[in-house]
Ligand binder design. Structure first.
Ligand code: HEM
Length: 403
């Protein structure tokens, strides 16, 4: 790395921590604090990269595409260089003005009017899942409740058919790939080997189920709205981005409600608060913990001098607990409305295009549970899944006490 500096500003301080150790993945609290308190930008030698974890800096780096480009990829690996271990996405890994056209065409396909029409289907499926789990009483909520729901409704509207366990394995691979090429990634690559061919097929034109928005992406390509040959990989971007994040967010909400009976009581008394509870859960346990950018050129940022062409990790998970921004940041508070303020959906030109969908899923399934139960109680310790950049639960044993 060249450290040529054009100013008198100092280089960022070094932080000697591996954010992707199993220990830091299982509980990132200590890493987040060290990241925020070491400086506005730090340098992590092990990966030859910068990192930011304070709210203001994360917000700026994610928005300022001229200085912090997405064209090197939103993962740690530079997709423009030999040896990259991720393949590019035709929506997340381009900058404006190219991105503006793609995003506009996609926004037409996923307009609020289109998404609102899905409410009936999402609600019906939520009632089915909620009836089943409440009748059972004691459940493992990740598989029986959250995955059962999201892996039904999201593939239904996307119009893609893939076995449920394949979705989970592929998701794990994707979120490992955003981080380093470590043992976690190698393990998940091995796990998906037998299903890779079927996965590649699942986002091709002939696999689209008529009526889904996947099919609409292909039709938009035919109409010249997307570059020729990119529709399949656009559909793949939705498989990469839309499933595991939503499962994670709904799982965290249930866990936090079970762990905080006082907050549950507020939701039970005013069920509309389930929406702010979901946003609070995304703030506290941001499913997508980090997204990367690359410095376009040597530059000065936050009073520090950064070299050009170096990866910078935006740790949204750390920013969302920054005491500079959030009072008592570790407290789960369903009366705190952080919608549009927390950075779990990103910010700037690439801000999550599926956030309305995630919110609709959360509102339907969590609302169906709230209406049916008087209490959600822990029935064992929750366990986190070890995935490089995804904060999600592996197991969530819960007792649902019928109302
Ligand atoms: C709680 C659930 C979700 C979370 C936490 C989440 C998080 C994010 C984040 C952080 C970004 C910004 C990436 C960047 O700046 O580099 C993003 C973008 C994106 N998300 Fe989501 N997402 C969620 C749900 C969804 C859903 C349901 C969909 C499917 C429709 C989706 C599709 C996308 C796509 C396609 C992008 C790229 C947008 C662009 O580059 O213009 N996401 N998401």
């Amino acid at each position: 790395m060249s450290t040529a500096s054009m100013t008198t500003a100092k280089a960022p301080p070094v932080l000697d921590v591996d954010p992707f150790s199993d220990e830091n993945i299982a509980d990132p609290t200590a890493f987040h604090t060290a990241l925020r308190e070491t400086g506005p930008v730090v340098f992590i030698e092990k990966y030859d990269m910068y990192a930011v974890g304070r709210y203001d800096e994360v917000k700026t780096v994610m928005s300022d595409y001229q200085r912090f480009t997405s064209t090197g990829g939103i993962g740690m690996s530079d997709i423009r260089k030999p040896g990259a271990w991720r393949t590019p996405s035709p929506i997340t890994e381009i900058d404006p003005p190219r991105h503006t056209g793609v995003r506009g065409a996609m926004t037409k396909i996923l307009s609020p009017i289109v998404i609102r029409k899905w409410r009936e289907h999402f609600s019906e499926e939520a009632e089915v899942v909620a009836d089943r789990v409440v009748a059972k009483g004691e459940i493992e909520a990740v598989t029986e409740l959250v995955e059962a729901y999201v892996l039904k409704v999201f593939p239904d509207v996307l119009g893609v058919d893939m076995p449920r366990k394949d979705f989970i394995a592929i998701g794990e691979m994707n979120f490992n790939q955003i981080g380093p090429n470590n043992e976690n990634l190698q393990k998940s690559l091995k796990r998906v080997e037998p299903i890779l061919d079927a996965y590649q097929k699942s986002f091709q034109r002939e696999s689209m189920i008529p009526g889904g928005f996947g099919e609409k992406i292909f039709l938009a390509e035919d109409a010249g709205e997307f570059e020729k040959g990119t529709a399949g990989v656009q559909v793949r971007s939705f498989l990469r981005a839309g499933v595991d994040t939503t499962i994670a967010g709904i799982g965290h909400t249930l866990n936090l409600l079970a762990q905080n009976p006082g907050e549950w009581a507020k939701v039970k008394a005013a069920p509309a608060k389930i929406r702010t509870a979901f946003e609070e859960a995304l703030r506290l346990h941001s499913p997508s913990q980090v997204m990367f950018r690359t410095t376009s050129a040597p530059l000065e940022f936050a009073g520090l001098s950064l070299a050009g062409d170096v990866k910078i990790g935006n740790f949204m998970g750390a920013a969302n607990r920054d005491p500079r921004k959030f009072e008592d940041p570790d407290r789960f508070d369903v009366d705190r409305d952080v919608t549009g303020v927390h950075l779990a959906f990103g910010t700037g030109p690439h801000v999550c295009i599926g956030q309305m969908i995630a919110r609709l899923e959360a509102e339907c399934i969590l609302g169906a549970i709230v209406r049916r139960v008087k209490a959600i109680e822990p029935a064992g310790d929750p366990e986190y899944r070890i995935v490089n950049t995804l904060r999600t639960l592996e197991r969530l044993p819960l007792r649902l006490v019928p109302a």
